[in-house]
Design a binder for this molecule. Structure first.
Ligand SMILES: *[C@@H]1O[C@H](CO)[C@@H](O)[C@H](O)[C@H]1NC(C)=O
Ligand SMILES: *[C@@H]1O[C@H](CO)[C@@H](O)[C@H](O)[C@H]1NC(C)=O
Ligand SMILES: *[C@@H]1O[C@H](CO)[C@@H](O)[C@H](O)[C@H]1NC(C)=O
Length: 442
């Protein structure tokens, strides 16, 4: 049965290719020709190739998916950036090679994975050049990179990228825990270690060993909470996990469809400002002012909010609508409860709110006296599923209108034809009679 299905999928895939080439002359397929000499077109041969001991960055795609096509220029930049590294780059057309897609558990397109032997990691997050490149670089090196020269630390700081750092001798409980957690969370952030001497050239250090996060030109240190002696190692592990999870996003981040799932994993309240943004990333003045005002709340009182609130903003209206479950007007302010997916909205219009009003609103959310909307119950999940399905369908349509209509249209028209001929034969007759009458009158 399974075999039959795969054969079917394979044939369907080839038919799909054929249709694409036929109807849109295949020009989109060749968009990335400029980079193709660095990208290997892989197929079933990859089943053997990937065990050769090196790192592979592989894009699993199909010719008919809209996201895959829109990603082409980004993928081109990724290839360009990584071409002189030790990472090899390839792509696999899953409609032609369904076996290999199944072997790597591909369920959606495009999927980007870094693969080394039996080890594989799927890229999650926004498919932009910087994030994919960072992911590939992170996953193809050691979990914790050791810094031995002061200049290297300068370079890392200049990258303007959030990172975690361990300072001190690479031994003892704190180092072991840092190393363990870094290995588990390697896909999410950069981890470094260095000596106290090098670190002291850059930052003010009290005591070593120490662990800090560097973001937006500031350092925030990890402090070990109180622990029961017997369970000390476990306690350290849990508390560092928790701390890194809390700290791994920027103070006021842009929230997108690519990162929302991860942001929800922080288990914090998500303070979300929704604004309009055009293709040039311009935001209307009054919305920008509102956004800046909300940002100022967390900037000036980080200690008070950051352990329970993650602040951010978005211009993805559909994403915001799917949480608000209504069509919202902009600018908009909502606070999402990341565990229950309930949300809170202020009573006042955002544009008339002051910093004090926002602070009061957040306090009421925190002490659970603010009104609660939505949630994660059945109706809400159904709505979100509908929202996802709609987005996927629209995307597929944009990617290839003809194929979508053929795929969706054929079964539909076949069904309507059957219904039409079975149930509506009376009406058909009636219409013919009508026409007869007509002719007679004329
Ligand atoms: C460390 O903590 C994390 C999360 O709390 C947990 O998933 C992991 O199993 C723990 N590891 C050890 C060695 O206790
Ligand atoms: C979300 O709601 C639950 C249930 O009301 C509550 O226990 C929790 O503290 C809230 N906040 C977050 C950030 O999960
Ligand atoms: C919750 O916070 C609001 C705003 O600070 C305050 O007025 C209210 O008394 C608090 N309620 C409780 C039960 O603490």
């Amino acid at each position: 049965m399974k075999f039959f299905f795969l054969e079917g999928a394979c044939i369907m895939g080839k038919l799909g290719n054929y249709l694409v080439i036929l109807f849109i002359s295949g020009f989109m397929l060749h968009e990335s020709d400029a980079f193709s000499k660095w990208v290997l077109e892989l197929g079933d041969n990859f089943a053997d190739l990937h065990t050769d001991g090196g790192y592979w960055l592989v894009k699993f795609y199909t010719p008919w998916c809209g996201y895959c096509k829109r990603m082409e220029p980004i993928w081109g930049h990724v290839v360009q950036t990584l071409k002189n590294t030790h990472i090899r780059i390839g792509r696999i057309d899953c409609s032609t090679f369904p076996n290999i897609a199944q072997k790597f558990g591909i369920t959606k397109y495009p999927t980007i994975k870094i693969i080394k032997g039996d080890e594989q990691h799927t890229f999650q997050g926004d498919k932009d050049t910087e994030q994919i490149v960072n992911f590939a670089l992170r996953m193809s090196g050691p979990a914790v990179e050791h810094i031995t020269r002061p200049e290297s630390l300068t370079n890392i700081k200049n990258m303007n990228q959030l990172f975690f750092m361990y300072v001190g001798e690479r031994q003892g409980a704190l180092w072991n825990t840092f190393n363990d957690v870094a290995n588990k969370m390697q896909a999410h952030a950069f981890y470094y270690s260095t000596s106290a001497n090098i670190a002291k050239k850059h930052i003010y250090l009290n005591d070593t060993p120490a662990v800090f996060v560097h973001k937006e030109n500031s350092q925030y240190f990890y402090t070990v909470g109180e622990g029961n002696e017997i369970e000390e190692v476990h306690h350290l592990n849990a508390s560092m996990h928790k701390w890194m999870n809390e700290e791994r996003f920027e103070t006021f981040m842009k929230i997108t469809e690519g990162n929302i799932e991860e942001v929800l994993q922080t288990n914090k309240y998500i303070v979300l400002v929704v604004v309009e943004e055009n293709k040039l990333q311009e935001i209307p003045k009054e919305m920008l002012e509102f956004r800046n005002m909300v940002e100022s709340v967390i900037r000036k009182d980080r200690d008070k909010y950051h352990s329970s609130f993650q602040f951010g903003w978005t211009s993805n209206l559909e994403l915001a609508n799917s949480f608000a479950m209504e069509t919202i007007s902009l600018p908009y302010l909502m606070v999402l409860n990341s565990t229950t997916l309930h949300h809170h909205i202020p009573e006042d219009e955002p544009l008339v709110m002051t910093v004090e009003a926002i602070e009061l609103f957040l306090e009421r959310v925190y002490n659970q006296t603010a009104p609660v909307y939505g949630g994660n119950d059945f109706a809400v999940r159904l709505y979100r599923a509908y929202f996802r399905a709609k987005t996927t369908l629209v995307d597929r349509y944009r990617g290839n209108p003809v194929l979508t209509i053929v795929l969706l249209g054929l079964p539909t028209s076949f069904l309507s034809f059957i219904l039409y001929s079975c149930i509506c034969s009376d009406i058909l007759d009636a219409e013919e009679e009508d026409e007869d009458l007509h002719e007679k009158r004329e």
